[in-house]
Design a protein around this ligand. Structure first.
Ligand code: GLV
Length: 306
């Protein structure tokens, strides 16, 4: 039995998984799965969801980030968790990042505010090759974003937990390298997974290392950024612009000052959406392989939390 939990698209997932895996019973639940559940296909299931599932063989996450699953007490450590590998999300992330970089590079943020004042004033030109973009996280999302922007002609640096090598990207790792990189960054793009090491990474001190007038594109997880420090930096003009997709509390509270900040652009955790058909194709192929006793990719390393 395959049990699906998703707060919005559950019927579509059940139907698509059912057609892709005709030998399996695919059901959904909003509460407690039946104990016959062999595979769970989930996005943010409620606490206690996995308790007592003695037949459970594997959990498939309907997304790229697994931060909400790895620390759960109801999911025994021996049950493997698999996350989606790309599944159409990297391309969306590239578009999102490209939009944010262009917004800053071509001064759309300044022109938006000028328009409000009916102010006709041309901003200085800036070329791609003179625009320093730094990507935090060089995994399936960040790695693709970094190489795509480098191929377009931007100066791209990348930071990751362990050493990486990517075409046309200057890759660094380690905390001191991060501080050094920030000091030479015009547009900082955060694509890191949420782990104990990345929680609160973008604090006031790190934001202050960015050159005056830099920009932030934040599409990792809300808990990585000190939103108050961000507001202070945006208010003072130390940071010129922020494109924000993730927040420490989602949905962002109606009263949150970021909603109306003239230098912030807000999207509702929509930078890279899980595409149902791509996700089902990947998960059904993996379930078939597991049933044949084959090993499959996408397994989360619980110790590193992604
Ligand atoms: C979305 O944030 C995801 O992790 O897929």
């Amino acid at each position: 039995m395959i049990t699906v939990y998703h707060s919005e698209h559950v019927q579509a997932y059940v139907q698509a998984l059912g057609s892709a895996l005709p030998g399996h019973r695919v059901v959904h639940t909003m509460l407690k799965p039946q104990t016959a559940t062999r595979y769970a296909v989930v996005w943010n299931p409620p606490p206690g969801f996995f308790t007592g599932l003695t037949d459970l063989q594997a959990v498939f996450v309907l997304g790229a980030g697994v931060d909400r699953l790895v620390a759960r007490e109801d999911l025994p450590a021996h049950i493997p968790i698999y996350r989606l590998s790309d599944a159409g999300m990297a391309e969306q992330m590239i578009e999102y990042a490209r939009y944010g970089v262009l917004h800053w590079q071509r001064s759309f943020d300044l022109y938006r505010n000028q328009q409000q004042q009916r102010q006709w004033q041309v901003q200085p030109d800036r070329r791609k090759q003179d625009t320093r973009v730094s990507v935090l996280g060089l995994g399936e999302m960040g790695g693709r974003v970094a190489t795509a922007l480098a191929a377009e002609g931007y100066q791209v640096n990348g930071f990751s937990r362990s050493a990486r090598s990517l075409s046309a990207v200057t890759c660094v790792h380690g905390e001191s390298a991060l501080d050094e990189m920030l000091a030479h960054t015009d547009v900082l793009i955060n694509m890191l997974p949420l782990t104990p090491a990345t929680r609160s990474l973008l604090d006031g001190a790190r934001l202050a290392r960015l050159p005056a007038g830099a920009a932030l594109i934040h599409a990792g997880r809300g808990e990585q950024l000190d939103e108050n420090a961000l507001l202070t930096a945006l208010d003072s003009g130390a940071l010129r612009f922020a494109l924000l997709d993730v927040f420490s509390l989602e949905p962002l509270a109606k009263t949150h000052p970021l909603w109306v900040h003239p230098h912030a652009l807000i999207t509702p955790h929509s930078a890279a959406q899980t595409l149902i058909s791509a996700a089902v194709l990947q998960i059904s192929a993996r379930i078939k392989a597991l049933e044949l006793g084959q090993s499959i990719s996408g397994k989360v390393e619980r110790a590193r939390a992604y």
